[in-house]
Design a protein around this ligand. Structure first.
Ligand SMILES: Nc1ncnc2c1ncn2[C@@H]1O[C@H](COP(=O)(O)OP(=O)(O)OP(=O)(O)O)[C@@H](O)[C@H]1O
Length: 307
């Protein structure tokens, strides 16, 4: 009999986490398994809850911020329980990447019938990253996006705020060092993604996989009007790496420094981490329960898959 700890964030998304956790808990019990419900009481406490959870599967009920913190608790354990996800966030970027249904009952089926598969976990200094790191104008744009903005306008709000920030034409000197090479240039932003999707746009980088062991790194050139205008079409069509002046590479480790500026990054849209940054990937340690070959698909994603 599989045991589940349901760590739910009552504040995520449209604040339906409590009702969803109770519903999922009773469905799991009805199926003959055990479910322990644990609410988060403050930002960040899902990490300790996941670290101490005693069950076969620790389920994050929330968005990317909640999953990030649950993953941070699991990665510290010698033999972590499996990670489960019931999406209850606003954007739910990682759930979309993993094709986990957004509707709770379908997500539960996915959890009960799925199998564990490896999920890369990025480590940035002493923080965990499951989706995206931004620095420069994109990080500044993310700061200006409130929970209400995300709910009202959806992921598009990141694009419009990003464009607005880019039109300010700010740029900073950045030095990046991977195992192979060193880059030093003026940049308007750095974007690092662990997966094919950024901000819920799953066509962002089709070749990136959540278990490829790689950080996918974009270093944007200094903004010009022409580049800014091209940015959204290149972003939406999976061609961001081909934007004139863009540097793209994939690596399993990276250091990020700025010789002159004091800069902060944002990870999975949440905390700020100051430079210098040291990034690496832990692959194979955390296993997430998914059903990748689900022939039914899930609402909100099935139509894109057929397209
Ligand atoms: N009990 C709580 N009270 C207040 N904030 C909380 C609580 N528990 C968690 N949080 C914070 O809520 C924030 C948002 O959570 P989360 O990212 O899961 O939802 P979201 O922002 O709606 O989803 P997404 O990131 O997918 O758009 C996180 O920063 C988390 O630390």
């Amino acid at each position: 009999m599989t045991t589940y700890t349901l760590i739910y964030n009552p504040q995520a998304g449209r604040k339906g986490g409590t009702a969803v956790a109770q519903h999922i808990g009773s469905r799991i019990q009805a199926a003959g398994s055990t479910a322990i419900l644990v609410p988060t009481k403050a930002p960040g406490d899902a990490t300790a809850l996941a670290y101490h959870a005693q069950s076969d599967v620790v389920v994050a009920i929330g968005g990317d911020g909640t999953i990030n913190q649950v993953a941070a608790g699991l990665i510290k354990r010698r033999q972590p329980p499996h990670l489960g996800i019931i999406p209850q966030g606003t954007v739910n970027n990682l759930a979309r990447v993993l094709r986990i249904p957004l509707m709770p009952d379908l997500a539960l089926l996915n959890l009960l019938e799925g199998t564990p598969s490896p999920l890369d976990i990025g480590i940035v200094n002493d923080h965990v990253m499951i989706s995206t790191l931004t620095l420069g104008v994109l990080a500044n744009a993310a700061v200006s996006v409130s929970q209400e903005d995300k709910q009202r306008f959806g992921p598009l709000v990141y694009l419009t705020r990003g464009l607005r920030s880019l039109s300010g034409k700010q740029h900073w000197p950045l030095k990046l060092t991977s195992a192979q090479q060193t880059w030093q240039q003026e940049t308007s932003f750095l974007l690092v993604t662990m997966t094919n999707s950024v901000g819920g746009f799953r066509n962002f980088l089709p070749q990136a996989k959540p278990d490829d062991g790689l950080l996918h790194v974009f270093v944007a050139p200094r903004p010009t009007l022409g580049r800014v205008l091209l940015m959204i079409p290149y972003f939406l069509t999976g061609n961001f790496a081909k934007l004139p002046g863009m540097t793209y590479f994939a690596t399993d480790r990276l250091t990020v420094e700025s010789p002159t500026a004091k800069l902060s990054s944002r990870i999975d849209g949440d905390p700020s981490v100051d430079l210098p940054l040291k990034l690496q990937v832990i692959t194979g340690k955390v296993q997430v329960v998914t059903k990748p070959a689900d022939p039914v698909g899930h609402l909100g994603v099935a139509s894109q898959r057929q397209a």
